[in-house]
Design a protein around this ligand. Structure first.
Ligand SMILES: CCCCCCCCCCCCCCCCCC(=O)SCCNC(=O)CCNC(=O)[C@H](O)C(C)(C)COP(=O)(O)OP(=O)(O)OC[C@H]1O[C@@H](n2cnc3c(N)ncnc32)[C@H](O)[C@@H]1OP(=O)(O)O
Length: 446
């Protein structure tokens, strides 16, 4: 199976992407270990085209409206219950995608940083698209030409970088499959590899949660059950179940709901005491300890106008675009704070709380909220407002962990709110799966 440039562009809702993809080549996709030729011969058509029924270009507004109307007609194909859907195996959704950076130099420009490394923001976009495609493989109904489901990204649970740096001159391979399902949600595990010599070496592990919605993305929709087939798959499935429990536990102890622990309160009070001016007997005169920085001075903000170019097939702003924009702002925040080039080591808990409508104003606000040695924890808060209304709605909160080339200053909260940001940042930093000391070899750039 091969994903065509037109099709990719349409799925990503990126009309500029059309010029880029056509001019610069496109990823090649194989499913279940089959070559593209085998898959094409078997299906006779591009399998991915068949999933969503690509017949339109998003740059043409009328076609977009027509496509949305067509999708509404698919309502009758939605399952009334999960039991009514055939179970799937993990290998049914397994897919590999090649990003031929090495063999197609024209593709490189889109992925290139000024430091001659690969743009991580572009990788985030690709992971998001791949996650959606994997879910369509899992839920594919061979009897219908188009899928009645709208699949949206609900959560980037975790992205962990492994040890290799990313070269823009070597091919990259993505693979992934559905690893757990609930009633309407699916956990997707993806890996990324880069060619070193003649071997593809792992560079990244990602876990996303995608949610199935009905044809016009208005309500939930059931997804096929998943049957693990081996002890390894049972373990993956069990892990998915545990991940769900961990997310519920993490959210129930959120500092937005409950007070910090005794240990956390002590941390904050000690930080507060260390900022009191010893020359005055006052709680008001605050001075920074040597080599420290007030949290409030680490902020960077940006504004994006959400043009139709960035919309997905459901007429909402593409999640990958939001992640790229948030990531690039976070990178700039870490760079200006640390005074040297930062490398991303982990991304976690990016929750897509609300869809972003085309035409919205997207306000991104980024700040360093925790540091340790040469690690910088950055939080990006995104909210939208329509052009006419002044009301702002939070759509996402992003958490990125960067490693700087040298040790960075401690960041000090001044207010109670900032203290909660500090503790939240510390919690996210501590939740990184690998011990930070083993991460020195990571080199992943903007
Ligand atoms: C080079 C490589 C390139 C790759 C090439 C491949 C090319 C292929 C291209 C194809 C790709 C096409 C891409 C196009 C689409 C992109 C996707 C987007 O952009 S989307 C745009 C970005 N995304 C958006 O805009 C989404 C915005 N957010 C929303 O719309 C809503 O918050 C919601 C729908 C996600 C949940 O609504 P809510 O009212 O809460 O719903 P309910 O209460 O009804 O629960 C339903 C289920 O959801 C669960 N669950 C919920 N939350 C979470 C969570 N945080 N965490 C975990 N789970 C969560 C909940 O447990 C339940 O599960 P279950 O028990 O039934 O199993």
């Amino acid at each position: 199976m091969q994903v065509t440039a037109d099709w990719l562009e349409a799925q990503n809702g990126n009309s500029k992407g059309k010029e880029e993809t056509e001019a610069q080549g496109h990823p090649e996709v194989t499913a279940q270990g089959e070559t593209m030729k085998e898959q094409e011969n078997k299906d006779g058509v591009c399998q991915a085209d068949g999933i969503l029924g690509h017949t339109w270009l998003p740059s043409e507004a009328e076609d977009h409206v027509r496509a949305m109307e067509e999708r509404k007609l698919l309502h009758s194909f939605l399952a009334k219950s999960q039991e009514g859907l055939p179970p799937r195996r993990m290998k049914d959704s397994y897919i590999e995608v090649l990003l031929p950076l090495g063999s197609e130099p024209e593709l490189r420009e889109k992925y290139l940083t000024v430091q001659n490394t690969v743009r991580f923001g572009r990788i985030l976009e690709d992971l998001d698209s791949l996650g959606v495609l994997i879910c369509y493989m899992h839920t594919k109904n061979h009897a219908t030409k188009m899928s009645p489901l709208s699949i949206v990204t609900a959560l980037v649970d975790k992205i962990d970088m492994c040890k290799k740096s990313l070269s823009p001159e070597q091919d990259i391979k993505f693979s992934g499959h559905v690893s757990w399902v609930g009633k309407t949600s699916m956990e997707v595990k993806m890996q990324m590899f880069q060619l070193h010599g003649d071997e593809f070496c792992p560079v990244l592990d990602a876990t996303f949660v995608m949610v199935a919605r009905d044809s016009d993305n208005k309500g939930p929709a059931f997804v096929n059950p998943l049957i693990p087939e081996s002890p390894e798959e049972e373990e993956l499935f069990r892990q998915g179940e545990l991940n769900k429990g961990r997310r519920i536990a993490f959210s129930s102890t959120s500092l937005l709901k409950v007070a910090p622990s005794a240990q956390e309160r002590t941390t904050i009070h000690e930080m507060f005491l260390s900022t009191l001016d010893p020359k005055t007997i006052s709680f008001q005169s605050r001075v920074l300890p040597p080599g420290a920085v007030w949290m409030e001075t680490t902020k960077l903000k940006s504004l994006e106008v959400c043009h139709p170019q960035e919309r997905n097939i459901f007429n909402r702003i593409f999640g990958g675009f939001l992640m790229r924009k948030a990531y690039e702002l976070a990178w700039a925040t870490a760079c200006s704070f640390g005074g040297s080039r930062p490398f991303v080591v982990a991304v976690d808990d990016i929750m897509f709380q609300k869809p972003v409508d085309v035409g919205s104003l997207l306000f991104l606000s980024s700040q360093v909220c925790f540091t340790q040695n040469n690690y910088i924890q950055v939080r990006v808060h995104s909210e939208v407002a329509s052009l006419l209304s002044k009301e702002h709605t939070t759509t996402n909160v992003f958490h990125f962990t960067f490693m700087s080339e040298k040790d960075v200053p401690l960041v000090f909260p001044k207010t109670y709110g900032e203290s909660m940001l500090y503790l939240d940042g510390q919690r996210h930093f501590s939740s990184m799966s690998a011990p930070v000391t083993s991460r020195k070899g990571h080199l992943v750039d903007l």
